[in-house]
Design a protein around this ligand. Structure first.
Ligand code: ARG
Length: 486
């Protein structure tokens, strides 16, 4: 449609190479809505007449029902929609729609509208996943398990504490998305190709009609930048790394060696050859798809970093990376949530593992600290106690008086006090006494759960409001369209 300056048309292979139609299906509706707001603004500012606005808007309304998958010789959705408008409204009216804008502000607008919706969907999926984590945490406040560092047993803890740790990671993911949303939700429309327009447009008015919070003011910036895309995809990549770490823990914990958890059958896969297998393929795919999103982020940053200021066609290539990022993250959250709600937790096995090691070593040392002994001394004494117990293949509570005496040798620690502590201490008493804020202590679980439920509800209200603001603006736009075409 735009080739008057040029000679021959693109041949089929070149057109396929240049075309973004297949990626653009995702933004077709946004492109139509943006075109409607733009057309109404042209009318409000007397750039087109009442009869013209009516024809263009009617054409755009009818195009909403179009399926865009089918092959076309347009280079992209913007050209395709404009050519359909011209066909349906006639070139005298339809040919005026593209006044005072360019595909450069248009494509940026469409991507912003798409990411804006995706962020709202993602936030609500994150909240669903948080609710699943919290509800599982509620059931497992007393489910004792080992906590690990270096994947070696570290301290005794409870399963709810683990689940709540990812609740908090996901809250940070929401916070990041929440902030990015503010920067995405600004309209580039009316920036033109790069330097603006001489026609008397009103950029604030199109922004308002489309539910944006404001405009990307500088027209060079508005058409050039994709930093909002890089920001969105990096925040989602971070979210995915959190989900991927949960997946990795669950893969390890569902092995027969650990048997801490069992995934519901509907979240596992069999083997084509080994009949006994119950493989955690879905969790493995979470790890694999996380790599894919990280790859998308790299592709986007690499595209942007060397691009001269102003629109460059390279930017077309980042769209599919954005769509894929949204799809992967949203589906991962949906699957994770259902998996959590059907998870079988083997409390006995977790407890056995927690009792089997010397996980209360630090708790014993801290008891001696409470008696006024320097921590460094208690660390040494308890290290020797553990070594003695390990060599004699018995629990700390079974150490003999002489073994204890041997362990405290050279210190001021009273062996009788040590004997008393190791007799009376248990993983349960340790967890009762673990009172520091945010610890594995039983009381902390209750407090954190109540607090996180409140926080979830507050975010729900915020996200519902944002979503409602968009719906309201777009339904007002639709009313305006209807009244102008009647
Ligand atoms: N299909 C293009 C994209 O997705 C739209 C903008 C094209 N602009 C241009 N001046 N060639 O990025």
């Amino acid at each position: 449609m735009y080739r008057s300056r040029l000679g021959n048309d693109l041949n089929k292979i070149t057109l396929d190479y240049v075309s973004s139609i297949s990626d653009d299906v995702e933004i077709a509706l946004y492109d139509i809505l943006g075109s409607q707001a733009h057309t109404i603004m042209l009318y409000q500012n007397k750039i087109i007449t009442k009869a013209e606005v009516k024809k263009i808007l009617s054409a755009l309304e009818s195009i909403k029902k179009e399926k865009f998958e089918k092959k076309s010789d347009a280079e992209d959705i913007h050209e395709l929609i404009e050519s359909l408008v011209i066909k349906r409204a006639g070139s005298a009216s339809g040919g005026k729609m593209h006044s005072a804008r360019s595909r450069n502000d248009q494509v940026s607008l469409d991507i912003r509208m798409k990411i804006r919706d995706d962020i709202n969907i993602l936030c609500s999926c994150i909240l669903d996943a948080i609710e699943a984590l919290v509800s599982l945490a509620q059931q497992h406040q007393k489910t004792v398990m080992p906590l690990y560092t270096h994947l070696q047993q570290a301290q005794v803890g409870v399963f709810s504490h683990y689940l709540l740790s990812y609740t908090d990671s996901l809250f940070r993911d929401i916070e990041r998305l929440y902030v990015v949303y503010g920067r995405v939700n600004q309209s580039p429309l009316g920036a033109g190709p790069v330097g603006g327009t001489s026609l008397p447009i009103n950029r604030q008015s199109t922004a308002r009609m489309l539910g944006f919070h404001g405009i990307v003011e500088n027209s060079i910036d508005a058409t050039s930048t994709r930093d909002f895309v890089a920001e969105y995809v990096s925040v989602v990549a971070i979210l995915m790394t959190n989900l991927s770490r949960i997946a990795e823990d669950f893969v390890i914990w569902s092995t027969s060696e650990f048997s801490f958890i069992e995934l519901a059958d509907e979240f596992t896969s069999p083997s084509s050859v080994m009949p006994q297998k119950k493989n955690p393929d879905i969790l493995e795919l979470t790890r694999g798809k996380t790599s894919e999103v990280i790859g998308h982020l790299m592709a986007i940053l690499a595209t942007i970093k060397g691009l001269a200021t102003g629109y460059g066609r390279d930017l077309q290539q980042i769209k599919s990376a954005v769509w894929s990022t949204s799809k992967i993250s949203i589906t991962t959250l949906l699957v994770l949530k259902s998996m959590l709600l059907t998870l079988n937790v083997n409390e006995k096995q977790m407890k056995k593992a927690a009792e089997g090691g010397y996980l209360i070593a630090l708790d014993i040392a801290e008891k001696l600290v409470q008696d006024g002994i320097p921590f460094r001394t208690t660390h040494k004494v308890v290290g020797q106690l553990v070594q003695a117990a390990f060599q004699a293949k018995k629990p700390l509570s079974k150490l003999t008086t002489s073994e204890i005496k041997q362990s405290v040798k050279g210190t001021t620690v009273d062996p009788k006090a040590v004997a008393k502590i190791i007799q009376s201490i248990s993983i349960f008493s340790s967890l009762k006494e673990r009172t520091s804020e945010g610890s594995s202590g039983f009381n902390e679980q209750k407090r954190m759960i109540a607090d996180r439920i409140k926080k979830t509800n507050a975010y729900r209200i915020g996200i519902t409001k944002r979503d409602g603001d968009i719906t309201n603006s777009l339904s007002n736009l639709s009313k305006k369209v209807k009244s102008l075409i009647k």
